[in-house]
Design a protein around this ligand. Sequence first.
Ligand SMILES: Nc1ncnc2c1ncn2[C@@H]1O[C@H](COP(=O)(O)OP(=O)(O)OP(=O)(O)O)[C@@H](O)[C@H]1O
Ligand SMILES: O=P(O)(O)OC[C@H]1O[C@H](OP(=O)(O)OP(=O)(O)O)[C@H](O)[C@@H]1O
Ligand SMILES: [Mg+2]
Length: 299
Amino acid sequence: MKPRDRLRIATQKSGRLSQPGRELLTRSGLSFRESRDRLFCFGETLPIDLLLVRDDDIPGLIAEGTCDLGFVGRNVLEELRLGELRAGRVPAFAELRALGFGQCRLSIALPQEQAWNGPQTLAGLRIATSYPNLLADWLEKNGVEAEVVTLSGSVEIAPRLGKAEAICDLVSSGATLAANQLREVAVIFESEAVLVGPSTAFVDERIALADLLLRRLDGVLKVRDARLLLLQADREVLPAVTALLPGGALPTLSALEGRADAVALQAVCDGEITWQHLEDLKRAGARAMLVLPVEQMLA
Ligand SMILES: Nc1ncnc2c1ncn2[C@@H]1O[C@H](COP(=O)(O)OP(=O)(O)OP(=O)(O)O)[C@@H](O)[C@H]1O
Ligand SMILES: O=P(O)(O)OC[C@H]1O[C@H](OP(=O)(O)OP(=O)(O)O)[C@H](O)[C@@H]1O
Ligand SMILES: [Mg+2]
């Protein structure tokens, strides 16, 4: 059989990671034609196709070589990695990049009225989770003996059904826990979406394409949160204002017509510029502040 010369990326068919994953690829200059069954998308601008699958299947597809890259929650990746290690195998997939979306945490939660006195509170209890390996690992590290009850979904309802006394599930806003009268007591794992790929090198036929895509993704990730900050300030407050620039950005200064004692400043700031940053800058003497997104590639 002829070796596959098109790169294949596995993404979640529908769910929290599908839309942001597609956006990342679009920003990297890729466009796709969707098949009628919506399981495969043919790459139009580059020989890079998408396979739309359940997120839990993505690391396995990479391990067996069906796909070259994938977008998946670090929680899923780590759960499956621990599973491989427990089975005595070396995982054939690895995290290549953090993608900065899908932030959530895997936490232990108890019924609201129940007291929490540290990990030993869980001794002898049944804990429901879809992440048995991550939970078992944490219990072991904390020297707690508890029963892990594995459920594939609707974990938050387990205590009310009498299936468990505690749960270990993903939390973001905490709304789901609150709706189920549960209280978050310990974070056991922090997660976000990641790019997963082979733990060894890419196969020769597709290594150049994989490198190209990684370089484009790096460019997109770098500028995605970057902002151009414009402001004016009197020269005498310039050191204070410059010290407050988010991410320690180096500014460019230009003269203000008719005002020798003041300057205009511009700086490309990596990372978020929050209201707090702007309020601090204003207090230090900055005025006429403007924050703009940076859409072009930063060389
Ligand atoms: N509340 C949340 N906020 C942010 N990210 C989340 C949240 N819940 C889950 N995630 C992240 O998104 C990933 C996918 O979640 P989703 O609920 O869409 O998956 P799923 O139900 O397992 O879907 P699939 O049908 O593909 O198996 C999770 O593995 C996690 O990394
Ligand atoms: O803290 P919150 O903001 O409430 O988010 C947490 C919930 O989000 C996820 O489920 P999702 O909404 O994706 O539904 P699912 O259970 O069908 O995957 C997760 O499994 C929690 O149930
Ligand atoms: Mg899933």
